[in-house]
Design a protein around this ligand. Structure first.
Ligand SMILES: Nc1nc2c(ncn2[C@@H]2O[C@H](COP(=O)(O)OP(=O)(O)OP(=O)(O)O)[C@@H](O)[C@H]2O)c(=O)[nH]1
Ligand SMILES: [Mg+2]
Ligand SMILES: [Zn+2]
Length: 313
């Protein structure tokens, strides 16, 4: 089976003492998974930045639950949004980047999510949903992702076809928080509903006109997933992202996150080549020869431009 190559180890127990893990946040209200079950609480201070997946410390006062601290998170999925860094979800052991065949398959956005995961060492799998529909050009893009070492699985969540592969990804050892991320309308909530019977996450109709979904899920929601080995897992359903901003990243981190550039880049004349105008650049040569997909290079240039523009402010 195609497990992600480096599933993160979580050595510490999931919940000890008065710590819990955040399922949902709505303004200052949270629901959190604790040893006592799922509790509702309030974030004690506005200064606390709390997102789904965060491990937090809580106290009870007069029977009410207050979140008083956040344990520093690892493997945090973040994006830049209107000039600010926005944490989306924390302590993610496996990110399922969801896409769908047809017009919603958007490699530029997929690349951005792959990079956001890569810089945080979050293992990723690309899940291609709506496999029941016309594949069109999708197969060509997917072949490129496979070639650069990304695990790609497909399914049809609506009809339950090929769903065993998705399920076995989640059952991988050491995976306790799984997040579903992708543009609107690719079927994240439909996948979630199939994984967690009774979750009843709202799903939306895709606009006939644009082929894109209108955003149906409005904020990240964590659901409890219990399987046969009674290991408790959290599955996070993210709202569809329109633009996945990466202007907070360092350029060198972005270069290093394109695996095929790193591979070919070993033959560039300059060790620190960014594959732009440098002479004797093996990456640009590989693009000309068709060994690297030009749309991957295009994604890369767009991200560098975005970082450059953000600096100018
Ligand atoms: N043909 C087909 N349609 C699907 C499949 N999975 C989901 N859909 C449809 O795609 C539409 C969008 O599904 P959602 O699950 O709401 O998509 P989402 O990714 O959660 O969207 P946002 O919450 O807006 O980000 C719905 O009409 C689903 O019925 C599938 O496997 N095949
Ligand atoms: Mg949704
Ligand atoms: Zn180069």
């Amino acid at each position: 089976m195609m497990y992600p190559s480096s599933v993160a180890k979580s050595s510490e127990p999931l919940h000890t003492g008065t710590t819990g893990q955040i399922l949902d946040v709505s303004r200052r209200h949270v629901s959190l998974l604790t040893m006592e079950g799922i509790l509702s609480g309030t974030i004690a201070s506005r200064a606390l930045d709390v997102v789904t997946g965060d491990r937090v410390v809580y106290e009870k006062r007069d029977g009410k639950v207050f979140v008083t601290d956040v344990v520093p998170s690892t493997r945090t999925l973040s994006r830049s949004y209107r000039g600010a860094l926005k944490r989306m979800g924390a302590n993610i052991d496996l990110l399922l980047v969801i896409t769908a065949v047809g017009p919603t398959l958007n490699p530029a956005t997929i690349d951005r999510m792959l990079i956001a995961a890569r810089v945080q060492n979050i293992p990723v799998v690309l899940v291609v949903n709506k496999w029941d529909l016309e594949k069109g050009e999708s197969a060509d893009f997917l072949e490129v992702y496979r070639k650069i070492g990304i695990t790609v699985v497909h399914c049809s969540a609506k009809f339950g076809q090929d769903f065993a592969d998705v399920q076995s990804l989640i059952h991988a050892p050491d995976v306790s928080v799984v997040a579903l991320c992708g543009v609107s309308g690719v079927g994240k909530s439909t996948i979630l509903n199939r994984l967690v019977p009774g979750a009843a996450a709202r799903t939306g109709e895709v606009s006939e006109r644009t082929g894109q979904g209108r955003q149906t899920t409005s904020q990240p929601r964590g659901f409890l997933y219990s399987d046969f080995d009674s290991c408790r897992r959290i599955i996070i359903d993210f709202p569809g992202v329109g633009f996945f901003g990466l202007s907070h990243l360092e350029k060198d981190k972005v270069v290093a996150a394109f695996d095929e550039f790193v591979e070919y880049g070993q033959r560039c004349r300059f060790l620190n080549c960014r594959h732009l105008q440098e002479p004797s650049c093996a990456v640009r040569e590989a693009i000309e020869n068709g060994d690297i997909a030009s749309w991957r290079y295009h994604s890369y240039l767009q991200i560098l431009d975005e970082i450059e523009e953000a600096r100018e402010y």
